[in-house]
Design a protein around this ligand. Structure first.
Ligand code: GLC
Length: 560
């Protein structure tokens, strides 16, 4: 299969696979993954059938936030390899018909970046205005805005007495997009990678780039309303899109933090004036108590369905969304909404089917395709993530949360849950590395690994493979309207996708008990063909509109 450059809308029937290089595959014994390791697994990805790889940052970086703190946008981090390795990866992926989407992190740079190093301590530096500096107010930080990783979002530059803004770690300084030179730099960076032949870009927290310029204190919140989907964000995206994305025909996906449907309709407008598609995270907050991530709560199933309904109906015909459960910032979905003990395989497949049959472009995060779970760490020393370690310190040492409570919360919410090394086989270190892994491997790798999955035709892996194929075979999956068939049902998520000629029904039991549901008679389920299910003894025919679902059962039906 070769890449058809003329097909500008290829991503509408595509599935994209996310690689977190540090945890994917180590070609040697350094204990963390590298680009050569990725090249060695391209055939595995080819077997899965994905169309593109989203590669999280591989640029030069001090790795405070594992590459989301970039110190040189034009260089490869030696931990991952060389520019020659990167070029080889790009060519080897293209040879197999797999596209490459790079991660672009331009809301902020690392404080180790040459621009920041020049700006720091020098108000006259030509790079000072690349960042956001403010005088203290009454000897304190200029506003009460909170960093997403805990604590105040401003850090003092002692030499000049001014503060710089960092919405993430203090080693990640926010860029000043008001400065046209910054925008020119961003165009230069993206063009450099597009010139190399990279096919697209994932834009990190891109809806935070435009800050309200009077920088008010936030009396009712953490400050996010003054920079989320900010005043000039659409203008900036249109400028970059026109100058770069449209010139190269790049696919683009924007990561949108705490966004709204209205903004996302514009970001992913079908006129292609901004981006191809958007990630939003509202469906992954259904297990937060009062919107607070660092809590443990059972998930709110009715809310989950209502959020999907809002986005599926709201983007249809207007924009385009990414479909996903997992990424490097989210715990493993089978541990989160499924049952990773008693029904791991069934629930992993059901969860996959329930998002893959929606409208949008599905993303699979490494290991999701074999049903990898959270590792269940019990020792704080096992965590590496800057957000988790900051939060531990803040909540235990400053806010008085008990150590065991915080360990429970981290075991469910930490980003390290998804960053454990990819489980390739049952050999030492799960076949990930010949050296000691940078983050402990989940102990269940002996049973859950890619080698085993490839040998079992009923594995989660082959279920994902089939979902990827179905998206290419059955037009209604891309085109159909969306209707929730049972919005009030407490255990079953059933929706319909419909075009003039096809109706697809996806029925999913989200719980470990059998459920019987009554679907609308108009559906003519007696004419339905079963496209895919997750129990081996499936009947290919559904005799009536009363459907019984076993624990975590999913059925995908097509009526033509
Ligand atoms: C995004 C990334 C996350 C990173 C943050 C700051 O949310 O996905 O990993 O920490 O941006 O760059």
């Amino acid at each position: 299969m070769t890449i058809n450059k003329k097909d500008k809308l290829w991503w509408k029937t595509a599935t994209i696979y996310q690689i977190y290089p540090k945890s994917f595959c180590d070609s040697g014994a350094q204990g963390s993954g590298d680009i050569k390791g990725i090249i060695s697994k391209l055939d595995y990805l080819k077997t899965l059938g994905i169309d593109a790889i989203w590669l999280t940052p591989v640029y030069e970086s001090p790795m405070i936030d594992n590459g989301y703190d970039i110190s040189d946008y034009y260089a490869i981090n030696p931990e991952f390899g060389t520019m020659a390795d990167f070029d080889e990866l790009l060519a080897a992926a293209h040879q197999r018909g797999i596209r490459i989407v790079m991660d672009i992190v331009v809301n902020h740079t690392s404080t180790a970046h040459a621009w920041f190093q020049s700006a720091l301590g020098d108000k006259n530096s030509p790079y000072r205005d690349y960042y956001i500096w403010k005088d203290p107010i009454y000897g304190q930080a200029p506003t009460n805005w909170q960093s997403k990783f805990g604590g105040n979002a401003w850090e003092l530059d002692e030499a000049t007495g001014q503060y710089y803004l960092h919405l993430f770690a203090k080693e990640q300084a926010d860029l000043n997009w008001e400065n046209p030179k910054v925008r020119e730099e961003v165009k230069g960076i993206i063009s450099y990678w597009a010139d190399k032949g990279v096919d697209g870009f994932r834009l990190d927290v891109i809806n935070l780039i435009s800050k309200q310029q009077d920088f008010p204190n936030d009396e009712i919140g953490d400050g996010r309303r003054f920079y989320t989907d900010g005043p000039r964000v659409h203008e900036y995206l249109q400028e970059i899109s026109e100058a770069v994305f449209q010139q190269y025909g790049s696919v683009t996906v924007g990561e949108m933090s705490s966004t709204t449907l209205e903004h996302c309709q514009q970001y992913s407008n079908v006129d292609n004036s901004e981006l191809s598609m958007v990630f939003n995270f509202h469906h992954l907050k259904v297990d937060y108590t009062n919107g607070e991530k660092w809590t443990n709560a059972p998930f709110d199933f009715l809310q989950l369905k209502s959020i999907f309904n809002h986005w599926q109906t709201g983007l249809n015909g207007k924009g385009w969304g990414a479909l996903f459960w997992c990424n490097h910032d989210q715990p493993r979905i089978v541990s989160r909404l499924g049952d990773d003990k008693n029904y791991r395989v069934e629930s992993a497949k059901m969860l996959a089917a329930s998002v893959h049959m929606m409208q949008g472009t599905p993303y699979i995060y490494q290991g999701e395709e074999i049903g990898m779970t959270n590792p269940g760490y019990t020792d704080i020393e096992q965590y590496r993530d800057v957000e988790s370690t900051n939060m531990y310190q803040l909540m235990v040492e400053e806010q008085g949360v008990s150590h065991p409570d915080m360990m429970d919360i981290l075991a469910q919410k930490s980003r390290d849950n998804s960053r454990t090394p990819m489980q390739w086989n049952s050999a030492m270190n799960a076949g990930f590395s010949e050296g000691k892994p940078w983050l402990d491997v989940a102990k269940n790798y002996v049973d859950i690994n890619a080698e085993k999955a490839l040998q079992d035709k009923d594995s989660v892996f082959y279920f994902y493979k089939r979902l990827i194929e179905l998206r290419k075979e059955v037009a209604v999956i891309t085109q159909g309207d969306y209707t929730d068939l049972l919005p009030e049902h407490e255990r079953v998520f059933a929706y319909q996708r419909k075009t003039e000629t096809q109706t697809l029904v996806s029925i999913n039991n989200y719980y470990g008990e059998t459920s019987e549901v009554e679907l609308p008679n108009e559906l003519e389920l007696d004419k339905a063909q079963l496209l895919l299910g997750n129990y081996p003894d499936e009947q290919s025919h559904i005799p009536s509109n009363t459907v019984t679902l076993r624990p975590y059962e999913t059925k995908i039906l097509l009526i033509e």
